[in-house]
Design a binder for this molecule. Structure first.
Ligand code: 5AD
Ligand code: SF4
Length: 443
């Protein structure tokens, strides 16, 4: 056995999973593991999986298949698979039967057991499956191994009660459970003391925060509390549900200098008929009213969204309603997804599933329109100054640095010494649909 044991985590899916992976890393470091630079060198490889769309699952199976080579070379290697996909019995059975290279399978509700499970495997070898069907209260506060010194995720609510008919999340993440306000404030205060300046409050539906807590606590009051923490300069949150956004919350966001002017409000469809079948709980008109209310209060706000195309029964007319919603709202940007049928959800059983070619063709039309609008909106930023938190070298171009502005737009600019982790001012000199280019004005 090597002196220091190392781990490598591969994360699929949303920020919730990214954050869970930080917690998994934090717990492993407490039992003596260090992060490996390369997967090939690690003594323990963990896959933190996602089930939101079929593609996410296919990627996981592909990856586990390819890990067999490493396990054959080094039988002492521990391969663990956790996360949302493991909350399905079928997936667990399939993995257990067909992928003997997997030593440990765990779910979303018992991530805090990872150290014990790993210790057992180290001592006794053999394979372990430990998945809990249900959440048992909140996952306790855990240590975290953060990738970034200046930015941190903070979980505020776990689970989801919405049951949108296409969505698997409520089945794999359980019911809504809010973290006590004082624990969140304590964590944010500690992060600020450690030098963090930007936090993102995480939950499947942050607007539900506090509904299950005693007292008069809601998401707006949580933001007010976090706003008071000295040292934090930017507050973001995700994801919020358009149905639960109200004037009071917009007012709190407006009156805080720290809460960023970025609203990610997944709309999913512009057709009332489809919204109803999705069980989204708002109409197109209500969504438009919300956008109006935000823009009246915060005219410079960026509004981004998610769309699903090809939901069961979506006619060309319904899809046209989505396209004209894009034109009417003029979103800064949108994540666009092809509907993926998830076993166990009500939509999977709905009549008139849409053919793949139609879904693909609709996705292409939607993306083309949105990209054009994103570019037009970004053009208005030419010559303007934006405030950027410098992340470091851009992933796609090592010649330049990148960072996000308050609206969450990706900004690229020339490298300069000693600015990583700082908030700087950049003047925009060129724009594309997905990012902005600029020159540094002041640091
Ligand atoms: N198929 C396609 N997209 C989905 N999303 C959620 N469930 C599905 C599904 N079954 C999308 C929604 C959501 C985003 C995180 O993923 O747009 O907002
Ligand atoms: Fe995140 Fe949902 Fe995917 Fe789980 S299934 S990782 S909660 S997107």
């Amino acid at each position: 056995m090597k002196e220091t044991k190392t781990y490598f985590i591969i994360t699929y899916g949303c920020q919730m999973n990214v954050h869970d992976s930080e917690l998994l890393g934090g717990m492993l470091e407490e039992i003596g593991y260090h992060q490996a630079e390369e997967m090939e060198e690690a003594d323990l490889i963990i896959l933190n999986t996602c089930v939101i769309r079929e593609n996410a699952e296919l990627k996981v199976y592909g990856k586990i298949g390819s890990l067999k080579r490493l396990k054959d070379k080094d039988p002492a290697l521990i391969i663990a698979v956790g996360g949302c996909m493991m909350q399905s019995n079928e997936a667990v059975e399939e993995l257990y039967k067909k992928y003997p290279q997997v030593d440990l399978i765990f779910g979303t509700h018992n991530i805090h057991h990872l150290p014990d499970l790993i210790s057992t495997i180290e001592k006794e070898r053999g394979r372990i499956v430990e998945v809990w069907d249900k959440e048992e209260g909140l996952i306790p506060d855990l240590p975290s191994s953060r990738e970034d010194d200046k930015k941190a995720w903070v979980s505020i609510i776990q689970g989801c009660n919405n049951f949108c008919t296409y969505c698997i999340v409520p089945y794999v993440r359980g019911r809504e459970r809010s973290r006590p306000l004082k624990d969140i404030v304590k964590e944010v205060t500690q992060l600020a003391e450690d030098g963090v300046i930007e936090i993102t409050l995480l939950g499947q539906n942050v607007n539900s925060y506090g509904k299950d807590l005693a007292g008069n606590i809601d998401f707006a009051s949580l933001l007010e509390e976090i706003d008071k923490v000295t040292g934090i300069e930017r507050i973001r949150y995700m994801t919020s549900h358009p149905r639960d956004f109200n004037a009071e919350l917009i007012e709190v966001i407006n009156s805080s200098d720290k809460v960023c002017e970025h609203f990610h409000l997944p709309i999913q469809s512009g057709s009332n008929q489809i919204l109803k079948k999705m069980n989204r709980g708002y109409t197109r008109e209500e969504y438009l009213d919300l956008v109006k209310m935000i823009r009246q209060t915060i005219p410079e706000a960026s509004i981004t969204t998610d769309f699903i195309v090809g939901f069961p029964g979506e006619s060309e007319e319904d899809f046209q309603d989505t396209l004209n919603m894009v034109e009417e709202v003029r979103f800064d940007s949108a994540f666009t997804f092809i509907y993926s049928s998830r076993t166990g959800t009500p939509a999977a059983k709905m009549e008139v599933q849409i053919a793949e070619e139609i879904k693909k063709e609709r996705l292409a039309r939607l993306m083309e329109l949105q990209n054009e609008i994103s570019l037009e909106i970004n053009r208005d930023l030419l010559n303007q100054e934006v405030e950027v938190l410098v992340e470091g070298e851009s992933k796609n171009n090592s010649e330049v640095f990148c960072g996000r502005d308050r609206k969450n737009k990706l900004v690229l600019f020339p490298k300069r010494k000693d600015i990583i982790g700082k908030i700087i001012r950049v003047r925009i000199t060129d724009v594309k649909s997905f990012n902005l280019y600029g020159e540094i004005i002041s640091v």
